[in-house]
Write a protein that binds this ligand. Structure first.
Ligand code: ARG
Length: 703
């Protein structure tokens, strides 16, 4: 039975693979057989004619891909949005398709120049006409979607394509009758997969495997219960049969060489309009401004990459390149995102890079009250390590207590409105919390190229160093320690027990004794093993001088814990002469504050170990207050904990034999963090040698 459904096709008279604009065309230039293509196309034409009416548009010489009439435009009712091809290789097809639509009584809409959209190749109507699925990522621009919604008066759901083999939506996605959906999930990003799953019930989703996808099984023409495609596995055929679809296979291998198959070769030109439905589009855009050494510092690339990686799209509206070496550049970028959620994620990252609203677009932060103590409103803005300002009643307020992973709480105090980073658990009823991403900016100093290069740790630019660079880092750290000491600054050390096991205890003790350390953070273990070494000469039962296990040595650390418990605290054990040297001894003797945070595996613990973790976090944050540098020595847990509390601007040096720990900490992205993968005992010994060199009197080396 032939239905009233019409398709537009274009005969392959001039078809060939002439150029490469998708991965399927690679290696296939002039490799397709015209005769076989004609034969395959005729077969498809006849199959479709058995079920629907086929109109033809005349093929044009020089436009080999014109056979793929799906890319002519997108039709709904009387209206058509004409394609704007991304590649110049296909742009010449536009006027021919436009002419055909005009001659056949369609109302033709054309998109602004430079806004690519490739028609029904990238936009597929739900077969019930409820909404339009629109793809972006390769050929069509996200910003074209609002035009589709407006002109066709329909809801548009944007889906992001991720796999370049499936560069058009119709290569991996095929809405079928009765609300079914045939698709290849692997072609989409996870956000789009979630969107699809929210719209289409599980029993209606027919997700296919890669093997079927690469045979273009999703590139199918559906007329009622018939599904016409190049090829389908038996499994897929029976799955479709179970839900009432009959697959008709018709080989289209010659067209696969150009990256198209059944659906691409057709354009459905009768798409019924559902009068009760209207335009709706969740695509949002926002213009942000960035200023600084955008090129030198790679800021602009980072911003643009991040927009795309997170599923958005951009247009650079203005770019003023600073002309002199020292001048800064400024850019205005229009950011588009498929939904408000994605926009929020993108903007919050751009804020970290220093992006701000245009002055005329500046708005106050959005605030929501805390309704339950210790719980933030859902959409709260998560703070970062960067100095942040929020706009309240038209005024920019500097956020106090900057740290990452907190919420920004606004409260009215006697001295005015105050904005503060707070941990969730500290939020109080009555406080307002910043939600969404409006009226928030971070203050980024625009360092010049020279300043940046002179920055102490910039040579590492937060990269993880390899062994041969250890010495270089040691020199820098020694120099820095010396400077901080001379200027009365503050250095805090976070240390794990490995410092003791690797023989670093004596070096760390010396650093403390000589005034290079103003605070020590660790757990139960470092203190226990340090004192074990100083009382019994072993560390976890291993003789530190001979490097061999001592008989019964595994009990040593418990003996030590017991001794200290008897005295009541480390300080008392030191005063009583039970501990006569080592890291903890030096802390006590030199009045260096320390905090030992407990954990589930702690033996004892020592009387000083803080087993209340909330209090331990508070002690830690007090000790790091005002630090100029934090030396993190082989303690993943404590170091990461400290990293989270520390604002940008504090130099961090992370030394660990495990590259994963080092990477995790240098990933903060602030140029002041540097990581070294090496043995911590060795690092400390090199560091002291270097400090000795820096402090020893100058001896002229003559003759
Ligand atoms: N060679 C064509 C291109 O890359 C193939 C188009 C396939 N059409 C489609 N609707 N998927 O543009």
């Amino acid at each position: 039975m032939v239905s009233q459904i019409r398709f537009l096709m274009c005969a392959p008279d001039h078809y060939d693979v002439d150029y490469v604009i998708n991965p399927w065309m690679e290696g296939n230039i002039h490799k397709s057989s015209r005769d076989r293509a004609v034969e395959q196309w005729n077969k498809l034409y006849n199959v479709i004619k058995d079920h629907a009416i086929v109109d033809l548009v005349a093929p044009e010489k020089g436009w080999p891909d014109m056979v793929f009439s799906a890319n002519a435009g997108l039709v709904l009712g009387e209206n058509v949005v004409l394609s704007r091809f991304l590649h110049k290789e296909r742009q010449g097809e536009e006027p021919y398709f436009q002419q055909w639509f005009a001659e056949n009584g369609f109302n033709v809409y054309t998109l602004p120049k430079d806004l690519p959209f490739e028609g029904a190749g990238d936009a597929l109507l739900d077969r019930e006409g409820r909404w339009l699925w629109a793809g972006y990522g390769f050929r069509s621009e996200l910003d074209s979607h609002p035009f589709l919604a407006k002109w066709l008066d329909i809801e548009v759901i944007s889906l992001r394509l991720m796999d370049e083999r499936f560069y058009h939506l119709d290569t991996c996605f095929c809405p079928l009758a009765n609300g079914y959906l045939l698709y290849y999930p692997g072609a989409f990003d996870s956000y789009s997969n979630r969107v699809i799953e929210m719209r289409v019930a599980p029993e209606k989703r027919i997700a296919i495997m890669e093997a079927d996808a690469v045979n273009f099984a999703c590139n199918a023409v559906n007329v009622d219960s018939i599904v016409i495609m190049n090829k389908a596995s038996d499994g897929l055929k029976s799955r479709l049969a179970e839900v009432g679809f009959q697959v008709i296979e018709t080989p289209l291998t010659e067209f696969l060489k150009a990256g198209g198959a059944a659906k691409c070769l057709t354009l459905r030109v009768t798409e019924p309009v559902r009068e009760e439905l209207h335009a709706n589009v969740s695509v949002e855009s926002r213009v942000v401004r960035m200023e600084g050494h955008l090129l030198d510092a790679g800021l602009i690339n980072r911003a643009l990459d991040l927009i795309v990686e997170m599923g958005g799209s951009f247009q650079v509206l203005k770019f003023n390149l600073g002309e002199q070496r020292q001048s800064t550049s400024a850019a205005e970028v229009r950011v588009s995102a498929p939904s408000h959620d994605v926009m929020e994620e993108i903007i919050s990252q751009l804020i970290d890079l220093g992006a701000v609203d245009l002055p005329q677009d500046e708005r106050d932060s959005k605030l929501e009250p805390v309704l339950q103590a210790g719980v933030a409103p859902d959409d709260f803005y998560v703070s970062t390590i960067y100095p942040t300002e929020v706009r309240v009643n038209g005024q920019w307020l500097k956020v106090e207590n900057q740290r990452m992973d907190g919420a920004i709480a606004i409260s009215q105090t006697s001295s005015g409105i105050v904005a503060k980073c707070k941990l969730l658990r500290d939020l109080e009823i009555g406080e307002q919390v910043v939600v969404d991403v409006l009226g928030i900016r971070t203050i980024r100093k625009a360092e010049s190229r020279e300043q940046r290069n002179a920055q102490e740790f910039s040579f590492m630019s937060s990269g993880v160093s390899s062994e041969r660079r250890v010495e270089l880092v040691v020199e820098q750290v020694a120099w820095e320690l010396r400077k901080i000491k001379d200027s009365g600054g503050k250095v805090v050390v976070t240390a794990g027990p490995v410092v003791i096991h690797t023989g670093g205890g004596e070096h760390l003790s010396r650093l403390i004794r000589e005034g290079y350390v103003q605070g020590l953070l660790g757990g139960n273990a470092i203190a226990v093993h340090d004192m074990e070494q100083n009382i019994l000469g072993t560390s976890l039962g291993v003789d530190m001088k001979r490097g061999v296990a001592v008989r019964g040595g595994h009990r040593h650390h418990l003996k030590v814990i017991n001794t200290v418990r008897r005295f009541g605290s480390i300080a008392k054990a030191v005063e009583a002469g039970a501990v006569r040297g080592g890291v903890m001894y030096e802390c006590v003797k030199n009045n260096i504050p320390f905090s030992l945070a407990g954990s589930i595996r702690d033996d004892g613990p020592l009387p000083d170990t803080q087993m209340n973790l909330i209090l331990a976090q508070q002690e830690y944050s007090q000790i790091i207050q005002g630090a100029d540098m934090i030396l993190m020595l082989s303690s993943m847990l404590h170091s990461i904990g400290v990293g989270n509390m520390t604002p940008a601007g504090v130099k961090m040096v992370c030394v660990d034999i495990n590259p994963a720990v080092v990477t995790k900490l240098s990933d903060r992205g602030s140029i002041e963090s540097v990581g070294v993968v090496t043995d911590v005992g060795l690092f400390l010994s090199l560091l002291l040698q270097q400090l000795d060199k820096l402090t020893s009197p100058y001896v002229a080396n003559v003759g």
